[in-house]
Ligand binder design. Structure first.
Ligand SMILES: [Mg+2]
Length: 404
């Protein structure tokens, strides 16, 4: 007898973060020292706004027998939009169905809005949350971790058969170069061999000088990657890439706005350093177009944006057609996001490295909401080995962070 889907619920969770000063949204800011007369200044035009607190949307799918799967629709900065999509559009299409038919559900839910053009953004984030919850549920019903259901693990396992995924410290915190150099050293002390610097808010030279100094300071011990948040035009991006390449930077992420595929293709052809992008795109078709045009050397799909585990798995395989590696994009989120990324990483042949948002500033929606924290060891995250995602929420902690 099939244990059918009884309920699909969406709950918003939130917590204060250290950058919180006021309620509402945080607008992009530029440092006061940025000189507007300098050619190639960064205007801040492309920098996203952020919520002033950590918040995300969890999806809970429950079967008639009471088995529960969890997913996440990371929808910054307005998770209420995805909540409405899940509750009003996706849930009614799932109740009463067989939870094991995950790919078939994905296809039906995607098609339900396809000809209306809802193939990106909040719709795909909502679908991601539902799809991840279905995979968690499937793993629990079958008693297997998701990476095994997908045919993994690939990659290194130790004698205890622990599945490890390499990760990098994302975001080198600090208000000054000295503080960032100290943070980079702290990451190395914790075993990280790769870390990412965010630029694009300061002046062109000031930004690049910081990146060059950090890259040279950690050379031989750790790699630096640089995320420019789409702040350049194609010509300026080429100048920046050549400088960063000379300093040994491992890759340049999002130097151009995501729509500028021709600019990306020209940049990829012009420099040897890998050009990374793809946190914006959500489907196999969008990534195929990007890769067919030679517009990325490394892609960075985000499982909670790119329509969930089912579609992110397809995206990884599309990238493999082009011999391009993929890296997991992860931002401030619940542990569902990180765990889903780790299972996908362990189940795909062309996975490179997983983003681990600033490990020096613990995420209030991450480990504190779990009965057992996710394990980090020497530059690697351990893939949880329990059924499904392999994580269990602490119900009291979760309730305390749930938005009424
Ligand atoms: Mg990025």
């Amino acid at each position: 007898m099939i244990d059918r889907i009884a309920r699909v619920q969406a709950l918003r969770i939130a917590a204060q973060r250290d950058y919180v000063t006021t309620a509402g949204l945080r607008a992009p800011t530029l440092p006061s020292g940025a000189d507007p007369r300098v050619l190639n200044r960064n205007t801040g035009r492309h920098i996203c706004i952020y919520a002033t607190r950590a918040e995300t949307l969890l999806i809970q799918i429950t079967t008639e027998a009471g088995v529960v799967g969890w997913g996440e629709a990371h929808s910054p900065p307005t998770p209420r939009v995805s909540q409405a999509l899940v509750e009003d559009l996706l849930a009614p299409q799932l109740v009463g169905r067989d939870p094991l038919a995950v790919e078939a559900h994905w296809d039906r839910l995607y098609n339900s809005m396809r000809l209306r053009g809802h193939n990106t953004g909040f719709m795909m984030e909502a679908l991601a949350g539902v799809d991840i919850a279905l995979w968690d549920l499937k793993g629990k019903l079958l008693g297997q971790p998701i990476y095994r259901l997908l045919g993994g693990p690939f990659g290194v396992t130790d004698e205890a058969e622990t599945v490890r995924v390499p990760c990098y410290a994302s975001g080198i915190p600090g208000a000054t170069l000295d503080e960032r150099l100290q943070a980079a050293e702290a990451f190395i002390e914790r075993g990280f061999t790769a870390m990412k610097l965010s630029i694009g808010r300061g002046g062109f030279d000031e930004d690049l000088e910081q990146a060059e100094t950090i890259a040279r300071a950690i050379a031989g011990r750790a790699h630096l990657t640089v995320d420019a948040h789409g702040c350049y035009d194609a010509h300026t991006a080429k100048m920046a890439a050549r400088r960063l390449e000379a300093a040994g930077v491992r890759w340049l992420e999002d130097p151009l706005p995501p729509e500028d595929l021709d600019g990306y293709a020209a940049l990829c052809a012009a420099v040897d350093m890998p050009i990374a992008n793809g946190e914006t795109e959500c489907t196999r078709w969008q990534f195929q177009e990007k890769l067919r045009r030679g517009a990325a050397d490394v892609i960075l799909p985000d499982v909670c944006r790119a329509a969930g585990i089912s579609e992110a798995y397809h995206i990884a395989l599309v990238a493999d057609l082009y011999n391009v590696p993929w890296c997991a994009h992860v931002s401030t989120c619940s542990s569902v996001h990180l765990a889903a990324s780790l299972h996908l990483a362990a189940a795909t042949p062309n996975f490179l490295i997983c983003e681990y948002p600033n490990p020096l500033s613990p995420n209030p929606l991450g480990d504190p909401l779990l009965r057992q924290p996710l394990r980090y060891e020497a530059g690697h995250l351990i893939v949880p080995d329990g059924p499904g995602l392999g994580i269990t929420f602490d119900e009291e902690a979760l309730a305390a962070h749930t938005v009424a």
